[in-house]
Design a protein around this ligand. Sequence first.
Ligand SMILES: [Ca+2]
Ligand SMILES: [Ca+2]
Ligand SMILES: [Ca+2]
Length: 522
Amino acid sequence: MSLARLQPSYSFTVSGSGNLGATFSGVTIFGAGTTNGKTGQVTWTTPAAQATAQNYSIVVTFDANTTINESPATVTIKFSVAGAPQPPSDSTAPQINCTVPDQTIWYGADVTVNCTASDSGSGLANAGDANFSLATSVAAGTETASAVTNSKTVCDKASPANCATAGPYTFKVDKKAPVVSCGSADGVWHGSDVSIACRASDGGSGLVNDGDASFNLSTSVTANTEDANASTNSYNVADGVGNSATAGPISGNKVDKKAPTVSCGSADGNWHGSDVSIACTASDAGSGLVNPADARFSLSTSVPADTEDANASTGTHAVGDAVGNSATAGPISGNKVDKKGPIVTCAAAPTFLLNQSDATVSATVTDGGSGAVASPVSASVPTSAVGSQTASVTGYDKVGNRTTQSCSYRVNYRFDGFLQPINDTAHTGLTMSVFKAGSTIPVKFQLKDANGVPVQASSAITWMAPVNMGATTAAIDESSYSDPASSVSYYRWDSTSQQYILQLGHVEEPSQYPLAHRPQAR
Ligand SMILES: [Ca+2]
Ligand SMILES: [Ca+2]
Ligand SMILES: [Ca+2]
């Protein structure tokens, strides 16, 4: 039988999970059969026994004469080992090292713990376990001081396996913003900016700023404006790990910093006989008028009675809104108010004759205010009685004030002079009558009204002693009368001749007396 010729040497690698630490006892070469049929020498290397399962390299060497004495369709090399395989000598669990972050502080996100594992004995059962991580899994929007990671168990290859477990670890995880609570607009108008109180708290890491537990939001309405929907500012509140919530802005606040709008008329430039009233209106677009009646009111002058003022001012009126803003209407100047009558000045007292028609007295009228309606003015006066009398004259100013003045005048009898025998310049052109001393002189005259009608005075006419003007040498040119001298000192009324008569007797000789004599009622 032709034997196959083997190559000088072959290298083989033997692997297995078992402990191959037992000594190799030999190598058997098989051909097609089951009988060791080699010729020649076969040698091999014997690897050192190892404690753990691993690959072994064995070199099998054939000498020049080595042949296989069976049909060599297949050559089988069998190794034989002395003794039974031994289990690995590993009772130590894998070593796990984890880098654990600070478990006393709060975190704003899930926390990861990185770990490594190794096994110096049989090695890790799962090579991928050499590096792994554990992590918390806190739901969004929540915060907890006891967030727990998962855990992981790592085993070696020993049988039974040795295992070690990493985790779980507990951390503080805060994924929830602070809770903020604020008041709301109160629906009431305010005269100044509104401040609304807010509170904030955080159930996790706490407020980063302790002062944020209580704070205020305020409006900032511009001065002199009104806002029925003013908003506050907003404010950001953060917790210790950066979660934040915003308070405000809070709208709907009613802030009124503007005074009511007031509008009034003005002086009309005309004179008035009484105080002037000027209409005003007021409105407020914010909180409204505190007194609704102020929507329409009037301002009036207060000029004292019996005075005139070309620049009188009205009073003032304060108009407030519901939150205390106030505007003042007035004073409105330039009003012309005349409450004083004109000055009426009588002309020089005139003299009229009894029963004279068309007799008037007059006066000038001046006015320091609205001016006189007319000047001079006059009034008809009665002349039916003699003597000094008065009559009322009334002047008006242009606004109806009036002043009545009592103006004097006089009514006299018409006196045309003495009647004969006494010459009188009024009707004879002569200036003197010369009577015989010691005779009686009839003194006669008439009193008349303006129309020449003789009248009797209401009382007796007194005889007034004439003035002795001294001796005269003029020749007697009048008749002698021997009538008895009057025994009374007043003139006798002669109703028949409608004249007054007095028999002047006992005139001393020689004397001269003025004839001019104005009769007087006694
Ligand atoms: Ca929080
Ligand atoms: Ca207002
Ligand atoms: Ca006047």
